[in-house]
Design a protein around this ligand. Structure first.
Ligand code: HEC
Length: 180
């Protein structure tokens, strides 16, 4: 029994000391280009989806229609596009430099396979230690729903919304001053 207890104490100590050394000697991946920590993605995704399953709203309080999508465009361009991109526009240097990488929400299927309520939870609460901000006290509930519905239906939006999502045309260069 005595050896068992001693073994247990040494075992626990070894884990604590090992963990401390891992963190204190600069071995933990902290730069964006470092490889993943063991089980990092799996644990983070499990924790996030467990929380969202518990808390996400099941129905949207506003209609999923073109008026909502068009209204969401300004919110999206002002608060999301720098990280999540615009249709047919090259990804920004900011997005390219981030870890985890912000998914480009108008490329491929984006989050059209997620319920709008799940996206709403992420927009409202953010995702800690990823760079994804929480907008709860900074955007209105309606704005958060509009943007969530826009993204959930990014594969179904009409021409007017697509047009509004285009970046403004670059200003035409002024003609050179006339020589006197
Ligand atoms: C500063 C960069 C940044 C901004 C600004 C930002 N996000 Fe994010 N967002 C991220 C990152 C990084 C992730 C990936 C998090 C992860 O891997 O878990 C993310 C994840 C998401 C996801 C989940 C994607 C998926 O595939 O499950 C959604 C939806 C989302 N963001 C929506 C938004 C919306 C809407 C806005 C604006 C209101 C916004 N984000 C603003 C960085 C950003």
């Amino acid at each position: 029994m005595k050896t068992f207890i001693l073994g247990l104490i040494f075992g626990v100590l070894a884990v604590v000391v090992g963990g401390y050394l891992y963190f204190s000697t600069g071995m933990v991946p902290v730069a964006v280009t470092d490889p993943d920590m063991p089980f990092e993605k799996m644990l983070a995704h499990k924790a996030l989806s467990a929380r969202i399953d518990k808390e996400m709203p099941k129905t949207a309080p506003i209609a999923a229609d073109e008026a909502s999508y068009t209204a969401a465009v300004t919110v999206y361009k002002d608060n999301c596009a720098v990280c999540h991109g615009l249709p047919n526009v090259e990804e920004t240097k900011i997005a390219k430099g981030m870890y985890p990488h912000p998914p480009q929400l108008f490329k491929g299927k984006g989050v059209t396979d997620d319920e709008a309520g799940e996206t709403y939870w992420k927009v409202a609460n953010g995702i800690r230690l990823t760079g994804m901000p929480g907008f709860k006290t900074r955007l209105s509930e309606t704005e958060m729903w509009q943007v969530s519905l826009l993204l959930a239906n990014a594969d179904k939006i009409g021409a007017a919304t697509k047009q509004a999502l285009q970046p403004p045309a670059l200003p035409v260069a002024a003609p050179p001053p006339a020589k006197k």
